[in-house]
Design a protein around this ligand. Structure first.
Ligand SMILES: [Zn+2]
Length: 133
């Protein structure tokens, strides 16, 4: 029989996953919370952010500040705007490729009609193709 361990103060992981922990987080879950907070702050900065988004964002920002995670927010913001720029460039490239494909399709679907060769031309061509020897 092992002696019963001194019960530690049990609480829920601060990321909101519901796990019971003796510290603030399950291993790795601080990163999870950090990511969620950063998402909230960035969502609050979006042009179509609602009042609730903004409230959640400023609360998240306060938590990030209190935990000294603001550097991570700046880093995410920079990498996300770079990512958004790349995505926009990809979208533009795809749109360009699509319009090129559409142009190509128009050309194949409606080939320029070749006029029927004149019957005389056909005869002349047939004669020219006859073996000379
Ligand atoms: Zn958790």
């Amino acid at each position: 029989m092992t002696a019963p361990k001194t019960p530690k103060a049990v609480r829920h992981c601060l990321c909101g996953c519901g796990a019971t922990v003796t510290k603030e987080f399950r291993p790795g879950h601080d990163a999870k919370l950090k990511g969620a907070l950063i998402n909230q702050v960035l969502a609050a900065e979006a042009p179509k952010a609602t009042k609730a988004d903004k409230a959640a964002g400023s609360k998240a920002l306060a938590t990030l500040t209190a935990r000294g995670w603001l550097a991570h927010l700046d880093k995410s913001r920079a990498s996300r705007s770079a990512k958004a720029e790349r995505a926009a460039a990809r979208r533009a490239a795809r749109a360009a490729a699509r319009s090129e494909a559409a142009t190509a399709a128009v050309v194949t679907d409606h080939p320029v009609e070749q006029p029927e060769p004149h019957p005389g031309d056909r005869l002349g061509k047939a004669l020219a193709e006859l073996p000379t020897a």
